[in-house]
Design a binder for this molecule. Structure first.
Ligand code: ADP
Ligand code: MG
Length: 399
């Protein structure tokens, strides 16, 4: 699918409404990590260098439609100003008379950051009247908020609709390019590594990718539904009884398509996550009745590592265990390391999904993976073969 890109836009002398994802983590009112701000700098610079003025809009946290000073974008305006070495105006709201006055004062090269879009309940509702107020001062709409592009919010879908069309920013283009290439012409062998809590979340991803895969590795909580279906005892591990049929179908389809399925050969079990000191490794066919599988074991890490090392493209979504709690993070960290090493040897590695990306960041391996998607939900939608509504909206026409 082709979308209009920023490079297609006539920017000179225009006012641009840039929807960015500046939803940075804050700690005591300070920015704890400015990765997301840095990620949109190329688009911001491109727009300013081409003679336009800029209004930037973003959400921050979950204010639930109510103004909340703790979720103000004001600290982002300061950081943006530092990073660009340039004055950044800040508007106390994202719509209204004050914004309109500030917007009218903008000259080419000027930047105005608008306050948190989600202080207004209309944003999440995709309200067109609200979108009209947002777009009131702009000639051109640019979307560089890849991570929000699966949402039909007013600033994502409504504003381009009001302005007739929109353009994909540089970050969005970069994300799309990776996913498009990977989904259409993956370098083979192509392996998918899935984990996380729920089978139900991942079924659409498997269904979309299975015909193209060479290897499917399954770890995390979702593995137990597959193991149960194969006749193994899973103790008190996470289990989706209503997905046993879906698991069976995936196992059968894999055989039909000639995809090798790899399930854990050993499991770290414990009575529960609150007794980490009782964690022990057991073979997958020997999970005790009263224990839960909370991570893949070292034997599984070794097996999965072998598959990763002989693959040319590996996509990973979903942690291998309850990585939030040590020692159940070992499997996830081991896999993150295996991916990093494979990347060093030329394998294309892609990580998508909020928790998986967090695991990679926490392991300090962010820069050692070919591509870490900034969009959890949005990247999952692409892996499922879905279109993103905010990108469709760029092409104009009604929803
Ligand atoms: P992502 O955000 O990367 O898409 P998910 O949201 O699907 O990943 O899954 C992440 C969650 O899965 C984590 O909170 C993790 O604790 C949980 N999880 C992983 N393995 C297990 C397991 N064996 N038992 C229970 N929960 C698990
Ligand atoms: Mg998640």
């Amino acid at each position: 699918m082709k979308y209009p890109t920023l490079q297609d836009a006539e920017l000179k002398g225009r006012k641009v409404f840039l929807r960015a994802d500046l939803n940075v983590p804050l700690q005591n009112g300070r920015i704890a990590d400015d990765t997301r701000i840095k990620a949109v700098l190329p688009t911001i610079k491109y727009i300013l260098d081409h003679g336009a003025s800029l209004m930037i809009a973003s959400h921050m946290g979950r204010p639930d439609g109510i103004e909340n000073p703790e979720l103000s974008l004001a600290p982002v305006a300061d950081r943006l100003s530092e990073l660009l070495d340039k004055k950044v105006l800040f508007a106390p709201d994202c719509i209204g008379a004050r914004v309109n006055t500030l917007a009218a004062s903008l000259n080419p090269g000027d930047i105005l950051l608008l306050e948190n879009l989600r202080f207004h309940p209309e944003e999440k509702k995709g309200d067109l009247d609200f979108a009209r107020k947002l777009g009131l001062n702009a000639d051109i709409y640019v979307n560089d908020a890849f991570g929000t592009s699966h949402r039909s919010h007013a600033s994502m879908v409504g504003v381009p609709e009001i302005l007739g069309r929109g353009y994909a920013g540089l970050l969005v283009q970069k994300e799309l390019k990776v996913f498009e290439k990977m989904l259409s012409f993956p370098a083979r062998p192509f392996a998918l590594l899935l984990g996380g809590a729920k089978v139900s979340d991942k079924i659409p991803v498997i269904e979309n990718l299975l015909p193209r895969l060479n290897h499917l590795m399954i770890g995390g909580g979702m593995a137990f539904t597959f193991m149960k279906e194969m006749g193994l005892n899973v103790g008190t591990s996470l289990l989706e009884l209503d997905r046993l049929g879906a698991a069976r179908k995936i196992l059968d389809d894999a055989e039909k398509y000639g995809v090798d399925i790899h399930l854990p050969v050993d499991i770290v079990v414990a009575p529960s996550t609150v007794r980490p000191e009782l964690a022990e490794v057991v073979p997958s066919d020997a999970i005790p009745d009263k224990k839960a599988g909370l991570d893949i074991g070292p034997g599984t890490v070794a097996e999965f590592t072998k598959i990763i090392r002989k693959s040319c493209t590996v996509v990973w979504n979903g942690p291998m265990g309850v990585f939030e709690i040590a020692p159940f993070d070992k499997g996830t960290i081991g896999i993150a390391r295996a991916l990093a090493e494979a990347t060093g040897d030329g394998t294309i590695t892609v990580v998508g999904g909020g928790d998986s990306v967090r695991a990679v960041v926490e392991s300090g391996l962010l820069n050692k993976i070919s591509f870490v998607s900034t969009g959890g939900g949005a990247s999952l939608k692409l892996l499922q073969g879905n279109k993103l509504p905010a990108l469709t909206a760029l092409r104009g026409g009604r929803r």
